[in-house]
Write a protein that binds this ligand. Structure first.
Ligand code: 3H9
Length: 678
């Protein structure tokens, strides 16, 4: 085997040339890879003894796409299009041998091979939409020519890959290889040479598109309508659809021009920059600053959960679903039974929707041990306390756990506000105590704030992050402060929202401005959903806030159909006149002169203080990096991903200086970072 360069080799097996890409971690199409492929195909073109070519990748995957880290930088190396042309116009058949994930530019390269074979576990897809992009290397024109326009439009707008078996059925791969992929691909190449099969160019065959522009117009119209809500706010899905329409309506070369122009528009836009930022930020969040390389996470083979309420049950499901047994503890049999029943019902509902079988429901439930005895947690590797937010209760539980849990067990609290260090101090092993703050519904929401106490050991912190990953969460490390990263910033937003409705904005105005911005719901819709009476009690209520007054008047939010909004049986909402009057009366009592408040002011007052709080969180070292804050807000609070998170938005859209100036005008204490940079 001869090296073309550091990342591409060219070898031969008799008269079959083998081009191997070896560019860890994911064989992305960096300048070096493109140069290597360019060199390899040039060498092959000059070698008359070659009868066919196999393109294969070393390591864990076939080419996983263009190298995203090169985007936005000056172009370097061979162009991808030149490499694709060289493959497609090769004089001998080219076979792409796919394992792992052939994604984006990777699949687009494979689509320029004349044939494709795949490992049975391989996946093939065009996920560019998730980066605010579209496949810019012919994918929107070639994919529909194989799988049809209807399937292609679904694939490019969802970014969801196709499994090898489905790809075989759709004609996207020609054969599935059992056993060694390279050997299988070589055998396949020999077979097509022996059979004298043609050099199939995907671009030349439009017979599988599924119709012409006129006959497919209703399909596109229907697709847009069905997905309007899902795509709202995003630019990339529509651009992807347009390109598939072009594949149907135009000759290949003209379709490519449409693709190119739409790609360049997206690539130069803020949404793609934001979504690419999020891609890297998500991976960065997993890294713990200053973690010594020799620190290995502990093994977690069994979990104990205290509290079988909504949070405890949701948390338990995460573990049961990935095969980890859970012992769940409650104080009363009735509450325990109710919690277990909710878990079962959730699983059964998923099974009814076809997500998995009823046997799987039983397998998951079989891993759950309900108990009333805290002592039953003595063998658990990880214990997560998920009782209500009360420091006295939590300290008591941790004190007891200290004498029950085995040495080395991790003691975690799901608290969303309280001081982990104070909780840890009720044990003799604060190094084993950590915060694991799940978001509701805990079996669905991807965010996990991992709270690093003053005495939490590095190994325990690393284990909590690793456990999060194992159950499919995105862990973000937070320091100990009131509300940690997410709720602390939420508090800054809520404070302004509460003031705005007294000063003249209506709750529905505040909610509309934030949903127009891209949040799935506004602060008052959120309060209604959570329940206005969380943390409120009739006995202690002093009527000193709008919330107190609403609760005193019997408004509890969605749970009783009355809150800032009235809800009908289908949960449709209309602004509540009762709430409105309570707000007006309260404002009058406080002597507040109500005035018209613009949408712009609502947006600025809700979001700028949040950014400021984020900057303070960085000042205090409570978050490891600004991008972690973005990940918290995108995954825990519905910040629109195409706006990159609050810190990205401040930096690249709203402008840090503008925010700082506005906050000064509001008389707020401004973090110096807002001027200096995050
Ligand atoms: C595209 O192709 C555009 C074209 O249409 C046209 C152009 C003209 N580039 O996720 P992991 C890094 S757009 C650069 O933890 P996994 C990643 O940052 C692209 N780097 O592994 C991480 O680095 P680090 C379309 C990349 O096993 C490391 O690799 N393709 C790229 O859980 C490991 O990643 C995509 O959107 C990349 N393309 O998952 C696919 N991909 O270790 C994006 C990964 O320093 N990639 N890295 O943190 C993925 O979906 C997953 O990485 C993959 C592996 C499924 C492949």
């Amino acid at each position: 085997m001869a090296a073309i360069n550091a990342v591409v080799d060219l070898g031969k097996d008799g008269d079959i040339a083998i081009v191997t890409v070896n560019s860890p971690p994911v064989n992305a199409l960096s300048a070096d890879v493109r140069d290597g492929l360019d060199g390899a195909f040039k060498a092959i073109a000059g070698d008359a003894s070659v009868k066919a070519v196999v393109l294969v990748c070393a390591g864990r995957t076939f080419i996983a796409g263009a190298d995203i880290s090169e985007f936005g930088k000056a172009p370097r190396g061979a162009s991808l299009h030149a490499v694709q042309d060289a493959m497609e116009s090769a004089a001998v058949p080219v076979v792409a041998a796919i394992h792992g994930t052939a994604l984006g530019g990777g699949l687009e390269v494979a689509l320029c091979a004349h044939y494709r074979v795949a490992d049975a576990r391989a996946k093939l897809g065009l996920p560019e939409v998730k980066l605010g992009l579209l496949p810019g290397a012919g994918g929107t024109q070639r994919l529909p020519r194989i799988v049809g326009a209807a399937k292609a439009v679904e694939m490019v707008t969802s970014g969801t890959p196709m499994a090898a078996k489905a790809a075989l059925a759709a004609g996207l791969v020609d054969e599935i290889v059992d056993g060694d992929l390279t050997a299988g691909a070589i055998a396949f190449a020999r077979k097509i040479v022996a059979e004298g099969r043609p050099l199939k160019k995907v671009r030349d065959d439009s017979s599988r598109l599924g119709g012409d522009a006129a006959s497919l117009a209703p399909m596109f119209a229907e697709f847009r309508k069905a997905n309007a809500k899902k795509f709202a706010g995003f630019e990339a899905p529509e651009a992807n659809i347009k390109c598939i329409e072009a594949a149907v309506a135009l000759p290949f070369e003209d379709g490519i021009k449409v693709e190119r122009s739409e790609f360049m528009k997206l690539m130069g836009g803020l949404q793609s920059a934001a979504q690419r930022h999020v891609f890297f930020a998500e991976r960065q969040a997993a890294k713990i600053d200053g973690l010594p390389v020799d620190v290995q996470p502990l093994l977690v083979k069994s979990v104990g959960i205290i509290g079988a309420g909504t949070m405890g049950g949701g948390i338990a499901m995460n573990f049961l679903s990935v095969g980890i047994p859970v012992t769940i503890v409650e104080t009363k049999q009735e509450a325990l039974d109710r919690g277990v029943a909710v878990i079962r019902r959730n699983y059964e509902n998923s099974a009814k929707k076809g997500r998995f079988s009823m046997e799987e429901v039983e397998a998951r439930m079989g891993r759950l041990t309900p108990t009333l005895a805290l002592e039953d947690l003595k063998d658990a590797d990880l214990i997560i306390e998920a009782v209500f937010e009360n420091m006295v209760v939590k300290k008591e539980i941790f004190g007891k756990l200290d004498s029950i849990a085995k040495p080395g067990a991790i003691l975690a609290s799901n608290t969303s506000y309280l001081n982990i260090d104070e909780i840890a101090a009720s044990t003799t092993r604060p190094e084993s105590v950590v915060g694991m703050h799940f978001f509701s519904p805990a079996n669905v929401m991807r965010l996990l704030e991992v709270v690093n106490g003053a005495k939490t050991s590095k190994q325990v912190l690393a284990t909590a992050m690793a456990v999060g990953k194992a159950i499919g969460k995105i862990g973000v490390v937070s320091g100990v402060c009131h509300g940690f990263i997410g709720n602390r910033m939420l508090g800054a937003r809520q404070e302004q929202a509460n003031k705005l409705i007294l000063e003249g904005a209506r709750p529905a105005d505040v909610d509309r401005v934030l949903t127009d911005f891209g949040f799935p719901m506004g602060p008052f819709q959120m309060s209604d959903l959570a329940g206005l009476d969380i943390g409120w009690s009739a006995e202690t209520s002093k009527g000193v806030s709008v919330r107190d007054r609403l609760c005193e008047a019997g408004l509890r939010g969605q749970k009783n159909g009355k809150g800032f909004y009235d809800y009908d049986e289908a949960r449709n909402r209309t602004p509540s006149p009762v709430a409105e009057q309570i707000i007006l009366d309260y404002a009058a009592e406080k002597g507040i002169n109500r005035r018209d408040i613009s949408d712009e002011e609502i947006l600025e007052r809700c979001l700028y203080p949040m950014v400021n709080e984020g900057a303070k969180i960085l000042d205090e070292g409570m978050a490891q990096r600004a991008s972690d804050i973005d990940i918290v807000w995108i995954n825990g609070y519905g910040w629109p991903v195409y706006r990159g998170g609050p810190m990205f938005w401040a930096e690249h859209d709203a402008g840090r200086d503008k925010i700082a100036a506005a906050l000064e005008r509001m008389g707020m204490d401004v973090s110096p970072r807002l001027k200096a940079g995050f």
